[in-house]
Write a protein that binds this ligand. Structure first.
Ligand code: GLY
Ligand code: MN
Ligand code: MN
Length: 441
């Protein structure tokens, strides 16, 4: 076990107890006595015999740090030690999962099997919910497969992170931060997007399919494509700016970090500094009791002030927000919950019924509308972009004079700015896990 792993295993026993408690009360509330949580099966590409990279059932990963263990199955029942049917085939085509490790396995009754359907022989005489999307669950009666209210309850429970989960996300942020620095160095050497991406992977010791999401490695105006997915092989003639949105994973938990750089002093560099200062202020506002929708609207006001101060708009910040002009430059949400999933669950509803907590009108992409609570981990990722299609739409349909088009033209080749940190909400001051990770390097 590495030192890094040790720090994230210290609180594992408490974490399993939290999972057991959450499941026991959710099952009881929904009239179930047990749950079968299937890790998922491999998916084969159409008319071929290759698998897509395996993405485990996040409910399985919540209990267990097992991320490539397809066809393992967890049985949960009130008052009983959870039972893990551990699929370890005798395979010479692919490397089977290693033997269970005591630090996690001791919390389960582990039964090792070589048949992926062996779990079906475990007799369940109680009313059981089946959680997962493995094809072998297809025959399970609809109402006990992923029961919506039960899943909602578990999703709500997952939005408060345990010490173990916080340690995993923090470890993931440390891995990502080190790789971000390697990527920045590669940018400053004039590398291509592809080369920067490879340096990132090498620095974090992961391969593509182990990343929480495809790295966004965007030079120049590619920074204006919010989820830019290419990795150009050739370096541009001149690299003016660099936006990198890239994370890492640790025991199934994600980090999600964005930085923007410019290669020379100038207005865009000053804008990055203004956005950075503003983003830090927002991070400091991530406190228990705050409504994330208000924080998102506040971000619009602050970004609109930057647009006004830099002479990009010819109207007041206030009126830019009112008219929807700030959304031309900041067309996504301020952030989202973070955990086993990059866009983690339970950001938009209030209770077991899944009663939606509506987004503010005119903000369709906000992924988090909850009032913040201690234990939430979320991202804070304000952006300011020069997106040709949105700017053109504004020019066509709205108050053309509200935008300083000369200024836009001079800044558009830089693409855009996004600065994204992973923040833990506490009973006091928030903890910025990504800034802390950069500072520790
Ligand atoms: N990297 C995806 C996001 O920031 O939401
Ligand atoms: Mn994000
Ligand atoms: Mn991101």
């Amino acid at each position: 076990m590495t030192i890094e792993q040790q720090t994230t295993t210290d609180h594992y026993a408490e974490h399993v107890a939290y999972c057991q408690d959450s499941w026991e009360s959710a099952l009881a509330a929904e009239g179930f006595e047990a749950a079968v949580i299937h890790a998922g099966s491999q998916i084969i590409s159409f008319l071929d015999d290759y698998h897509y990279p395996f993405r485990p059932n996040p409910h399985f990963v919540h209990w267990l740090p097992l991320t490539h263990h397809h066809d393992s199955v967890l049985f949960v029942q009130a008052g009983q030690k959870p039972k893990l049917v551990y699929y370890q085939p005798d395979d010479y085509w692919y490397l089977p999962p290693a033997d269970p490790e005591a630090w996690w396995a001791d919390h389960f009754e582990v039964i090792t099997v070589q048949d992926p359907l062996a779990w079906q022989n475990i007799h369940m005489s109680v009313r059981t919910a089946y959680i997962g999307d493995a094809p072998c669950l297809a025959g399970v009666e609809g109402e006990v497969r992923n029961p919506e209210r039960l899943v909602n309850r578990i999703h709500l429970a997952r939005s408060a992170k345990t010490e173990y989960e916080i340690a995993c996300i923090a470890a993931s942020a440390r891995t990502a931060a080190a790789a971000h620095l390697a990527a920045e160095a590669a940018f400053r050497q004039g590398c291509s997007e592809y080369e920067i991406h490879m340096r990132y992977l090498q620095a974090c010791g992961l391969v593509d399919h182990q990343l929480p999401y495809g790295n966004i490695v965007a030079l120049n105006d590619h920074g204006a494509v919010l989820h830019y997915q290419d990795h150009d092989l050739a370096a541009p003639r001149s690299s003016r700016s660099f936006l990198i949105d890239a994370g890492a994973t640790h025991q199934g938990y994600c980090s999600d970090i964005t930085r923007t750089y410019a290669c020379a002093d100038g207005e865009f560099t000053d804008m990055i500094a203004a956005m950075d200062e503003m983003q830090l202020g927002l991070c400091d506002d991530m406190r228990a009791g705050r409504d994330y929708r208000d924080l998102h609207i506040q971000a619009h006001h602050r970004i609109a002030s930057i647009l006004e101060n830099f002479g990009i708009i010819n109207t007041s910040a206030e009126s830019a927000v009112q008219q929807g002009l700030s959304s031309v430059f900041f067309p996504h949400g301020l952030g989202h919950f973070l955990g086993i999933q990059t866009h983690d669950v339970a950001g938009l509803f209030a209770d077991a019924d899944g009663t939606p907590i509506p987004r503010p009108e005119g903000h369709p992409f906000l992924r988090l509308t909850r009032v913040l609570e201690a234990g939430n981990v979320l991202t804070v990722e304000p952006g300011l972009y020069f997106i040709p299609s949105l700017l053109e739409k504004w020019r066509r349909d709205s108050d053309t004079g509200a935008i300083n088009w000369d200024k836009v033209e001079s800044l558009a080749p830089f693409g855009g700015i996004r600065i994204e940190d992973d923040v833990l909400v506490t009973d006091g001051a928030p903890v910025n896990l990504s800034r802390r990770a950069f500072a520790e390097i």
